[in-house]
Ligand binder design. Structure first.
Ligand code: RRO
Length: 311
């Protein structure tokens, strides 16, 4: 039987699949459901210092080829997630989970990271540099100067394993520039990609979500080629010590296979998890294992990053 076991930053996971931040991870009940599913881990909803209600509803819609959202960073605040994770560490000492966070300003981001640094949290921290939906706040990772400053300041005091959640980039020069910055820091992973920001979905004569007059982040089937391009572009450019988490357009085991082929060490499921619930993890894992068995692959290492080019 092929194994879908994987490692990130030296931590082992029984399965390479987990939720994407934002889906099934706002409340402890949702996090417990993912934890008790076939997923290898979970990541929390991106936390801010204070709880946030987020944008007015309707703010998320599934559509035939994916989803559109403008949630606006609703979350229960860092203490809710950190307290839960600390409790979970005692209950599940052999498993590792991800805490996603970002501040409403660089200074708040540092307050959050210092809180994590000073806590007993021993899991992985994901700094979300790519929320597309807070009115008036651009996606941090599209501003390379600010990104480099935040990372430089953070690594002056943050010693726990840290990764970043990235928006999709669309230009080869941007892949080069972004990778050159990330390679300056002891990041453990980059997660490619967040939703494609600021799409617009029209039904009859109207938008389908209320915030920002209908503009929202696009996920699902629409975004797989962009996600794979980002995974592979960073696989080609980053120091081998920086691993890649692949997110975007995962509906089937075949999609996971492609993410891993492009270089991902772990693969996250967002829109499909929202549409199907946690049974999606079992289905997709079985589909991935069937592909691996057919090809004679026993482990993810047998094909990770081994995407073939045409001469
Ligand atoms: O909460 C959101 O609106 C949101 C966030 Br923080 C994010 O990172 N990505 C997204 O699609 N929505």
């Amino acid at each position: 039987m092929p194994s879908t076991q994987t490692q990130i930053a030296g931590f082992s996971f029984d399965n390479c699949l987990m939720n994407a931040a934002g889906v099934a991870c706002m409340s402890i009940a949702e996090l417990e459901e993912v934890k008790n599913s076939a997923a290898g881990s979970f990541v929390t909803k991106t936390a801010t210092l204070e709880p946030r209600a987020g944008n007015p509803e309707p703010r998320y819609r599934n559509v035939p080829l994916g989803s559109i959202n403008s949630m606006g960073l609703p979350n229960h605040g860092i203490d809710y997630y950190l307290d839960y994770l600390l409790d979970l560490q005692n209950r599940e000492p052999n498993r590792t989970f991800f805490l996603s966070l970002v501040g409403m300003s660089p200074s708040e981001t540092h307050t959050l990271l210092r809180k994590v640094e000073e806590s007993g949290f021993s899991g992985l921290t994901e700094l979300n540099l790519s929320c597309p939906n807070v009115p008036g706040k651009p996606q941090i990772a599209y501003d390379f100067e600010t990104t480099e400053k935040i990372l430089g300041d953070a690594f002056a005091y943050f010693s726990k394993p840290l990764g970043i959640k990235l928006p999709p980039y669309f230009d080869i020069v941007h892949f080069d520039q972004a990778a050159a910055i990330f390679n300056k820091f002891p990041l453990k992973f980059v997660n490619c990609v967040n939703s494609i920001g600021n799409g617009l979905y029209v039904e009859d004569e109207a938008v389908i979500i209320r915030p920002k007059n209908g503009f929202g982040g696009i996920g699902g089937e629409y975004i797989k080629p962009t996600a794979l391009a980002n995974v592979h572009a960073f696989c080609q450019r980053l120091n081998p010590s920086i691993q890649i988490i692949g997110t975007g357009g995962v509906l089937t085991g075949r999609d996971v296979f492609e993410h891993i082929l492009c270089g991902a060490s772990m693969v996250q499921v967002g829109t499909t998890l929202h549409k199907e619930g946690v049974p999606a993890f079992t289905r997709i894992t079985e589909e991935l294992k069937a592909i691996m068995a057919e090809k004679g692959y026993e482990a993810l290492d047998d094909f990770r990053g081994k995407l073939k080019y045409l001469d």
